[in-house]
Design a binder for this molecule. Structure first.
Ligand code: CTP
Ligand code: CA
Ligand code: CA
Length: 708
């Protein structure tokens, strides 16, 4: 690593020969810079990533001294570890107990959780013990993330000179090109004039400067063919200006919110991101164009975005190496064994080329709330309790997005359900004409769950997730138009449910936008990222969204997580995390159920001796029950599921009837899921006509159960 970037090299640096007076860049290149051209050789991209983000959030919130080791706990695992604690060897793969052994003075702060029935998440004492009844909330971190993002934007000039992409909860990409263009013209008037002969292909004059002050930046050493004695050209100066901008943004975040972060400055997103992770914490790394090969040569390609997961594994096994240096020896044709597009993409990537755009879309496109169940969920009641929490979680986030003011609202709702290796998704449109309420979402969610149950084999359920997507800007204050329009909108939403359903799938893909982008950029590589298109009722086995989620989390733990942009980053939450904790590759198989009191475990999860099991089996085959609704004898063990099925069918019809009647009558004002009349709680009772409230009996029971 060189700390002396440029030294005064020659006594006659700019006059010794004509070649020294010309830059290698042209007026056209300069002008491309102002247009954010992705092929401009003067391009400068920055990446800023917060250090140990969740841990810093907790330190600031709790007022903990900066040298105090602290880790953020989620159930029995650690999800963020501050730098003082990392010195003790703590990492994300160990349990809280192991962490305490390694670092006795460690502060362990559990993430905030939603408790069923509560209106808001909170920091609960002993939260770790409530994995069976609580759900993690990342709201506190999302809020801090928003503040940080606002500061960064504040430090930059207004659009069109500003282009920022929120890449995950704790990182952004900034395309500094246009801003740097304007600074260059300001500082170096020689660049202002029209090109000689009005010919944009004319070379720029060489910079008059011979030494650059890189201040405190970590500067990557130059490629072997380069020397610091070469005077800087405009790309070096552009990088320097970029580095100044990043330094001042980081200082502002530090000053106003106390957070430290790391930065990377380079010619594209891929390099900038590698740069920000190169030296942590609280540093920034500049990778000049003349240093790219040197920088990449020492790296493992699995550290590169999109090469951390399955694709990376495939490359490693195909070429028997994980280093860039060795992969560089492979000719393009060899790399194309991975597919034409993938091969070409990889060929470029390991040579430090990346022409992807900084995508300034910052609006949230979808929100997801998920939970992995250990023990599994075995009944409709339990599942609905979780839906209640998901809905509360999503609704509160929607409120922050301005749904109540009708600024933005989602168009679709999706439920993913996993049973064994099978994942099912159900989607429906969210009626656009009527008020967006928590109860409306809850009704829709229950309806989707009912559809899963109707299909059968819903239990035991290992994972449930609810998401809303297709956020659209609403027209604030359109209330005056009245019921006429409202019905029209609603009718449209219902009549076009087919179209919405496919939108919904796009939105689910929106959950992996970096992958989606890849699809647009280079078709063939998509096979590694994009789920197979499915029907409205997807049964995805090979492309299981939950599994993808885990892969993503798992593969990227070593590097900085590369969460997709423009979605609510909470989706990197329990769905992936819990399963991660249970991966056998962790030194110890963290048993996330360890702290759950035995009475939370369903009978199937209770430890059983062999004789107990045999008894159980014999009983299973002997005991039957009679379903009065369909006049059939069924094994007793299927009773609950069978009744769920009837219940779900009824609920489905009930909701359909309700939707139909919405065309003529206003929505009834009651709390769905709660009784309108008192109901018997008898489980096997045949449910009455589909449009009666009896159809909600089980849901009611569930909620009561949830409050216990
Ligand atoms: N995170 C997560 N699951 C992952 C990766 C990250 O929940 N698989 C959370 C972490 O808790 C973290 C935040 O997302 O605080 C940002 O992740 P990342 O930038 O990868 O790590 P940091 O903890 O910020 O640490 P670093 O200083 O290395 O960036
Ligand atoms: Ca980080
Ligand atoms: Ca990050």
């Amino acid at each position: 690593m060189s700390s002396q970037p440029f030294v005064q090299s020659s006594p006659f640096p700019t006059t010794s020969g004509s070649y020294r007076r010309k830059s290698k860049f042209t007026f056209k290149h300069l002008s491309q810079l102002s247009h954010y051209s992705t092929t401009c050789p003067l391009r400068v991209i920055a990446h800023i990533d917060l250090d140990a983000f969740y841990a810093q959030c907790e330190m600031v919130r709790l007022g903990v001294p900066e040298d105090q080791p602290l880790a953020v706990q989620q159930w029995q695992g650690l999800i963020a570890i501050n730098y003082p604690a990392r010195k003790f060897g703590l990492n994300r793969h160990i349990t809280n107990t192991e962490a305490h052994k390694l670092c006795p003075e460690l502060i362990l702060q559990h993430v905030a959780t939603w408790k069923e029935g509560d209106e808001k998440w909170a920091y609960h004492e002993d939260a770790a013990k409530h994995i069976a009844t609580h759900k993690v909330s990342l709201d506190p971190y999302r809020r801090e993330s928003k503040k940080i993002f606002a500061i960064i934007k504040d430090c930059l000039p207004a659009a069109p000179l500003q282009r920022v992409e929120k890449a995950s909860i704790d990182e952004v990409f900034i395309d500094l090109s246009a801003q740097i263009h304007s600074v260059l013209l300001d500082r170096y008037p020689e660049l202002q004039g029209p090109p000689p002969y009005d010919d944009p292909t004319e070379y720029l004059p060489r910079p008059s400067i011979t030494a650059l002050n890189w201040d405190t930046d970590a500067l990557v050493d130059l490629d072997a063919s380069e020397t610091e004695d070469d005077d800087p050209d405009w790309d070096d100066i552009a990088m320097l200006i970029g580095s100044e901008i990043v330094r001042s943004a980081r200082a502002k975040i530090r000053e106003e919110l106390k957070y430290t972060c790391s930065g990377g400055v380079a010619r594209n997103k891929m390099l900038a991101k590698l740069g920000s992770g190169h030296k942590k914490p609280n540093q920034q790394t500049v990778i000049r164009n003349r240093a790219v090969q040197h920088f990449l040569g020492d790296l493992k390609f699995t550290k590169i975005r999109n090469l951390g997961g399955k694709l990376g594994d495939e490359v490693v096994s195909m070429f028997n190496t994980d280093t860039i240096k060795e992969l560089l020896e492979q000719p393009l044709e060899q790399l194309k064994r991975l597919g034409d597009d993938t091969g070409s993409w990889l060929y470029e990537t390991i040579r430090g080329e990346d022409h992807s755009e900084v995508n300034p879309r910052t609006q949230i496109k979808s929100m997801l709330s998920a939970k992995s169940f250990r023990p599994f969920v075995n009944t409709f009641e339990q599942a609905v309790r979780w839906l209640r929490i998901f809905v509360a979680d999503i609704f509160s986030r929607c409120v922050e997005e301005g749904v109540l003011e009708n600024k933005r609202r989602p168009k679709t709702i999706n439920l993913h359900h996993r049973q064994g290796s099978q994942t099912r998704s159900k989607q429906s449109p969210i009626p656009q004409g009527k008020a967006f309420t928590e109860e409306m979402l809850f009704d829709l969610a229950k309806n989707l769950l009912a559809q899963v149950v109707v299909d059968g084999r819903a239990w035991p359920c290992a994972n449930l997730s609810l998401s809303v997507g297709g956020f659209e800007d609403g027209v604030a204050d359109n209330k005056g138009i009245g019921g006429f329009l409202v019905r029209g909108e609603e009718a449209k939403a219902m009549l076009t449910s087919g179209r919405h359903a496919s939108d919904a799938q796009t939105e689910m893909k929106g959950l992996q936008p970096s992958e989606k982008r890849r699809k647009v950029e280079s078709g063939g590589i998509q096979r590694f990222f994009i789920p197979r298109e499915g029907s409205r009722d997807d049964v995805e086995q090979s492309h299981d969204p939950f599994r993808r989620e885990e892969d993503r989390d798992y593969s990227e733990l070593g590097s900085n997580s590369d969460s997709p942009e423009a979605i609510d980053a909470a989706h990197s939450d329990e769905a992936g995390r819990l399963t991660l904790l249970k991966r056998p590759s962790t030194p110890e198989n963290h048993d996330v159920e360890a702290d759950i009191p035995p009475d939370f475990l369903p009978p199937s999860a209770q430890p059983q001796s062999l004789s107990q099991r045999i008894n159980h089996f014999q009983q299973q085959s002997l005991d039957t029950y009679f379903c009065s609704r369909c006049s059939t004898h069924l094994p007793l063990t299927d009773q609950a599921e069978h009744q769920d099925w009837h219940f779900a069918k009824d609920l489905e019809k009930d909701l359909q009837a309700q939707e139909r009647s919405n065309f003529d009558t206003p929505t009834p004002r009651h709390t769905p899921g709660l009784p309108q009349k008192s109901q018997s709680r008898g489980r096997g009772r045949p449910v009455g006509s589909s449009s009666t409230v009896k159809g909600r009996e089980k849901g009611q029971q569930q909620l009561a159960f949830g409050k216990q």
